[in-house]
Design a protein around this ligand. Structure first.
Ligand code: NVA
Length: 377
């Protein structure tokens, strides 16, 4: 009889990595405008409202760096699966809307959340990303066939009608006062309404029984509520940071290993209870090093803080973008084996080393890293 194996198992961000999905930069688009987002790369010489594929020379560099990263993982004995690209330049539609382009599939972390034997397809909140899950379906179907314990889940597909977005948000936002911005950071009240549950998988950081969710501009309260009910055996903690129009937790707050997390030097945590929670459980919060870049990389919607966007291969070994010399030094001093990975070319394609990967299998079980809970957090 054919042996039935456990393929999917991952409870946190640091246990020894055995199997991972690594995205593909091929075909990535600057998305067509949509209610959730308008890309504005006028500073990089691109007219506002432009949409289309990223330039070929950028793709060539990104593909080379990504392929080298895949080889590095494989040489360390980690199994790597890749998604199947579809034509991201095509117009897509549902009965509710039409969208002139898709995005890409470089960052699987945005779409897929692995918790134990489950992989959950996130709702996403951009129309251009509504169909992105299709790129991962060949892999998920295979895991489902081969692993009898794999729990394949998809959150309710959102409608993403006009009712999911605040009308005229981006125009209003231009005139927001500092107080209004501050208020939005504290409440997570950005473009999304509470019409339906919405979240991106990359807004969640995993630490065994505890899940930390960033209440960002792509994850609404209703999405957090859905996650809380779905992961009923876990404890869900909602985070807010000092970041204007926040998207995804993994360049802002990074769980490195039991007892150690990395915080962004500019984006302070806005909940005193969060700090109390980590301290009471003997976790150290270390401020990250200064990133290599002074500002946003060209044609990138990701910030210089991708310096923090790292991948743990085990609790002692960390992959870091090779340009982030100061960050690597800091990790070295914290006792990690640091693996420099040239990855800066992937920024415009959707992120860094954490974004570009989604866990399939890490050794280990669900543990309690936070035995002391703090009420109201
Ligand atoms: N919006 C985040 C991207 C996280 C991967 C940032 O640029 O900081």
């Amino acid at each position: 009889m054919k042996e039935q194996k456990v393929i999917v198992n991952s409870w946190n961000e640091w246990d020894p990595l055995k199997h991972v999905i690594v995205g593909r930069p091929e075909g990535t688009m600057v998305q067509a405008p949509e209610p959730a987002i308008e890309r504005d790369f006028t500073k990089d010489g691109v007219p506002k409202g432009f949409f289309g594929p990223l330039p070929e020379e950028m793709l060539a560099m990104a593909t080379e760096q990504m392929d080298n990263f895949v080889r590095l993982l494989e040489q360390r004995g980690i199994q790597v699966d890749r998604p199947t690209c579809i034509d991201f330049s095509q117009e897509v539609s549902t009965p509710d809307w039409k969208q002139k382009s898709m995005f890409g599939c470089m960052p699987p972390r945005d779409v897929l959340l692995t918790v134990g034997s489950e992989i959950l397809e996130a709702t996403m909140s951009y129309r251009s990303r509504w169909f992105e899950y299709l790129c991962y379906r060949p892999l998920l179907q295979r895991y489902f066939r081969e692993d009898p314990h794999f729990r394949w889940q998809a959150a309710p597909k959102p409608r993403l009608t006009e009712r999911s977005y605040k009308p005229d948000f981006w125009n209003d936002y231009k005139n927001w006062t500092e107080e209004q911005k501050e208020q939005a950071m504290r409440t997570g009240d950005w473009i999304l309404t509470e019409e339906e549950p919405l979240f991106d998988a990359a807004d969640i950081a995993r630490a065994g029984r505890d899940l930390f969710v960033y209440h960002s501009a792509v994850t609404n309260k209703s999405g957090i509520d859905w996650l809380r009910r779905h992961f009923a055996d876990h404890r869900l903690h909602v985070l807010h940071f000092k970041e204007t129009v926040p998207i995804h937790i993994d360049a802002t707050f990074v769980l490195l290993r039991p007892g150690l997390a990395l915080t962004n030097r500019q984006r302070a945590p806005l909940e005193p209870k969060m700090i109390e929670f980590f301290k009471k459980n003997d976790w150290e919060l270390v401020e990250c090093a200064e990133p290599a870049l002074p500002g946003y990389p060209p044609l990138s919607f990701c910030s210089r803080w991708l310096s923090m966007n790292t991948l743990m291969l085990d609790p002692k070994t960390i992959c870091v973008d090779a340009q982030e010399v100061r960050q690597m030094e800091q990790f070295d001093q914290l006792g990690f084996e640091v693996i420099p990975v040239p990855f800066a070319a992937l920024s415009a394609f959707g992120g860094g080393l954490h974004c570009a990967t989604a866990d399939v299998h890490r050794e280990g079980i669900c543990e309690d890293y936070f035995p002391i809970q703090v009420g109201g957090f």
